[in-house]
Design a binder for this molecule. Structure first.
Ligand SMILES: [Zn+2]
Length: 263
C-alpha cells in the first residue's frame, strides 16, 4: 500500500511543473552521536559544575554535525536531489543541522528560517548583522575537547559592537537575527507567486506541529487554492490530511527519513 503511494508521489513530482518541499522534525539530526560520545559525557559533567561555560555546547554540536554526517542523511538528501533534479523546486526546511546544504541541491532554492550553525550573531542582535564563526575560538573549543587545554582557558566569543555574547544564528538566542534567512525567504515568496495556476506537487517530509504556521498550514492553504496542486504528507504519526483538500491530498504513514532511503 505504502509502495503504491510512493510510486504515485514520484509520478506526481515528475509530472508537475513546480515542486514545493517542506522538511521537518523527522529529518532533524537528533544529537545521539554527541550524547553517546565518551568525552562529551565528561565535558557535560564539567560544565554542569561550571555553568559559565555552557556556551561551548553549540560549538560541540557543530563539531559532531560535521563529524557524524551519517549514511542515513546522505542517502535521504541524495535521493531527494535525484527526485527533484531538473525540476523547478523550492525547499523550506525547519531543520537546524544544515544537512540540507552541501547535499548537491541548489542552495538558491533553499530557505531555513530556524537558522543553524553556518553563521553567528550578537545575542542582542544589536547591529542586525551576521558574523563569521571565529576560527580561533572554534579551534580552542576543539583543543579543549581533545583534552589539550583546560576549560578555564576558554573565552566566550563576544560581539565586537556591544560586548554581548556571540551565538549561532538560530532560534533560541535572545533576539534572533532574521537577517540570516530573509533574502532566501523573499526568494521563496516570489517563487510561490510563480506557482499560481500551475501544476504543483507539494511534499512534506516529516513536518510535525512544532511550527505549523511555517509549513503545514500555509502548504495546505496553497493546495486548497490551487486546483492543480497535490499534497503528499509523509510523517510517522502526523500524516493526516484535512478534509478541505481531500481528493488532492495524500497522507503517508511513515518516518520521512526512512521513507527517503527507499526511493
Ligand atoms: Zn552586539
Amino acid at each position: 500500500m505504502t509502495e503504491d503511494r510512493m510510486q504515485a508521489l514520484l509520478k506526481s513530482i515528475e509530472e508537475a511543473d513546480k515542486v514545493l518541499i517542506g522538511i521537518g522534525e523527522e529529518f532533524q539530526y537528533d544529537w545521539s552521536a554527541l550524547v553517546q560520545d565518551h568525552r562529551y559525557q565528561e565535558i557535560e559533567t564539567e560544565i554542569e559544575e561550571n555553568k559559565d561555560h555552557l556556551w561551548i555546547n553549540p560549538f560541540l554540536q557543530k563539531m559532531i554535525l560535521l563529524r557524524s554526517l551519517q549514511d542515513k542523511w546522505k542517502t535521504a538528501y541524495g535521493n531527494l536531489r535525484k527526485v527533484i533534479e531538473g525540476k523547478d523546486y523550492f525547499i523550506l526546511s525547519l531543520c537546524m543541522d544544515d544537512y540540507v546544504y552541501g547535499a548537491g541541491l541548489d542552495e538558491e532554492r533553499i530557505v531555513t528560517p530556524c537558522g543553524g550553525f553556518r553563521k553567528m550573531q550578537c545575542d542582542q542582535n544589536c547591529s542586525h548583522e551576521l558574523v563569521e564563526i571565529p576560527e580561533a575560538g572554534y579551534a580552542e573549543v576543539m583543543r579543549y575537547y581533545r583534552g589539550e587545554i583546560p576549560l578555564e582557558s576558554l573565552k566566550e566569543p563576544i560581539c565586537a559592537n556591544c560586548g554581548s555574547a556571540l551565538r549561532f544564528n538560530q532560534l533560541g538566542v535572545t533576539k534572533y537575527a532574521e537577517e540570516g534567512y530573509l533574502d532566501s525567504w523573499n526568494k521563496y515568496t516570489r517563487w510561490l507567486q510563480t506557482t499560481v495556476n500551475r501544476s504543483l506537487c507539494v511534499v512534506e517530509l516529516g513536518v510535525g506541529m512544532e511550527y505549523p504556521g511555517v509549513v503545514r498550514f500555509p502548504f495546505e492553504k496553497i493546495v486548497f487554492y490551487n486546483q492543480k496542486a497535490r499534497l503528499y504528507r509523509i510523517h510517522s504519526q502526523l500524516y493526516q490530511v484535512g478534509e478541505k483538500i481531500s481528493g488532492r491530498g495524500e497522507g503517508i504513514q511513515m518516518n520521512a527519513l526512512e521513507c527517503l532511503q527507499m526511493i
